[in-house]
Ligand binder design. Structure first.
Ligand code: FES
Length: 109
């Protein structure tokens, strides 16, 4: 699909072209991660995508258990797994993955 190879998006009031820009963002919706708060994390991610106009750059979906329940909630962005994700750290994780798009330059601690 054309939009999976090329996209045009606004960053700080300018337009950039990007290639292969679709990043898959997968949240575990298994029962353990869900019981540990993934519903709120899911909502936070949806809002982050909207606030940062990432709709054309991110494919966000849920997935069944990743087999890392003890370390949940689990989030996968591209090839990177994040464990013990919380409402408090999910924005920092997203900023670290998408900082070139959002302009947010905070790093994970
Ligand atoms: S329920 Fe999320 S990793 Fe198992």
């Amino acid at each position: 699909m054309f939009t999976e190879l090329f996209c045009r998006f606004a960053v700080n009031n300018k337009f950039d072209w990007c290639m292969n820009s679709i990043t898959e963002l997968v949240i575990c919706l298994g029962s353990s991660c869900f019981a540990r708060g993934n519903k709120k994390i899911l909502e936070t991610i949806q809002q982050y995508i909207k606030d940062n106009q990432l709709e054309g750059r991110v494919r966000f979906r849920g997935n069944h258990c990743f087999g890392k329940c003890i370390k949940g909630p689990v989030l996968k962005i591209g090839e990177n797994f994040y464990e013990q994700v919380s409402e408090e750290n999910v924005k920092e994780i997203l900023d670290s993955e998408f900082r070139q798009v959002t302009g947010n330059d905070r790093l994970l601690v």
